[in-house]
Design a protein around this ligand. Structure first.
Ligand code: AQP
Length: 333
């Protein structure tokens, strides 16, 4: 049976790319009746830069509030934070010993996040994709909804599963499919159409946060970088216009239509009229989420209760898998 797993790091605030590329689709898969497990990957959050403990706790609870406000339901999906289920780290260690240095050296996200001075990056940032493989394979997940930027890591997950199965002569870990679909698999920065929108971009104007209020959302869209031309009459006309294409794709994903539909409705419009239409749509779809998040954050004990109950369910699924893995590897128990 198909089993869906995905996760998001609790760093800063969730941004529109995380919502359209990930959470919105998590909700759709849950509501399609699939078996869904959604994690808050707090152990990944400490890989890239030092996280102040109070900020990490806040970001973890805020991400949980976003999951709930967007429509994830703890009665239908397993919702929890990674560090409460020790089997993630246990399997990650085994996978650190399966993955090859050469494979890890090819990971583009490490290069992007480590920057020019890779000597100063943490060992955890380098090993991150092996922990991610453990997150997924610990539940024998077959489908992983992610944005375009995570495709390479899901491919590595398949390589790790295949090498483990081959080395130990077993057919234990399944082949996982990344599910990358829709108009917003790669939402770009509002300030630079060639850079992905990211929670950790130093410029707050580059992204829409799920915590932004209606005025802030509208202002950021009004100020988004564009070129001087009106929208083209065909989608092909967006090819060399990254900023225009990004706003059209955001519109399409929010309205749940295709980019071609957006062009059919707005082709030939000036940004002076398209941006207000996009701002209205974004406020309509996003402001209720930020309001509900703020309400949920008023009672963190309830959020913590949801996470620990989810963690109990996750641990019950993970423990037999880690036990079998240890037996396969030859660890005496
Ligand atoms: N710009 C994006 N467009 C579409 N999908 C995106 N995702 C992230 N940015 C975009 C998807 O969101 C999920 C969770 O991502 P993550 O928190 O694990 O880390 P990330 O991919 O590194 O996201 P950020 O916002 O760029 O975080 P920071 O700045 O903390 O590194 C994934 O499914 C991802 O594809």
């Amino acid at each position: 049976t198909p089993r869906v797993f995905s996760g998001i790091q609790p760093t800063n605030h969730l941004q529109l790319g995380n919502y359209l590329g990930a959470v919105k689709r998590f909700v759709a898969m849950q509501n399609d009746g699939m078996e869904t497990i959604y994690c808050i990957v707090d152990q990944h959050a400490i890989t890239a830069s030092f996280q102040n403990p109070a900020d990490l706790r806040h970001a973890t609870r805020e991400l949980a509030s976003a999951y709930l406000a967007c429509g994830l339901d703890p009665a239908k999906s397993v919702l929890f934070n990674q560090s409460q289920v020790p089997a993630h780290s246990q399997l990650a260690w085994v996978f650190n010993c399966v993955a090859r240095m050469g494979w890890m050296n090819r990971m583009t996200q490490f290069k992007d996040k480590a920057g020019k001075n890779a000597e100063k990056a943490s060992l955890g940032l380098y090993a991150y994709p092996a922990l991610m493989a453990a997150d997924i394979l610990l539940y024998h997940a077959t489908h992983v909804p992610v944005g375009e930027d995570q495709k390479q890591h899901v491919e590595l997950t398949r390589d790790i599963a295949a090498k483990f199965n081959h080395d130990y002569g077993v057919d234990f870990f399944p082949e996982t499919q990344p599910i990358i679909e829709g108009a917003a698999t790669r939402v770009m920065s509002l300030r630079d159409g060639t850079k992905k929108m990211s929670k950790s971009d130093p410029s707050d104007a580059s992204r829409i946060n799920l915590t932004d209020d209606a005025d802030t959302i509208a202002r950021k869209i009004r100020k988004a970088k564009t070129d001087p031309e009106p929208l083209p009459e065909t989608v092909e006309g967006l090819a060399d216009r990254p900023e225009a294409r990004n706003l059209v794709n955001i519109y399409a994903a929010l309205a749940e239509i295709t980019a071609a539909d957006v062009i059919a409705q707005h082709g030939g419009s000036q940004f002076g009229s398209f941006k207000p239409a996009l701002a209205d749509l974004a406020v309509d779809k996003l402001a209720p989420i930020s309001t509900e998040m703020a309400r949920l954050m008023g009672d963190v004990t309830e959020i913590d209760r949801v996470l620990s109950q989810g963690a109990e369910r996750a641990a019950a699924m993970a423990e037999p898998i880690i036990a079998q893995t240890y037996d396969i590897v030859g660890f005496v128990r």
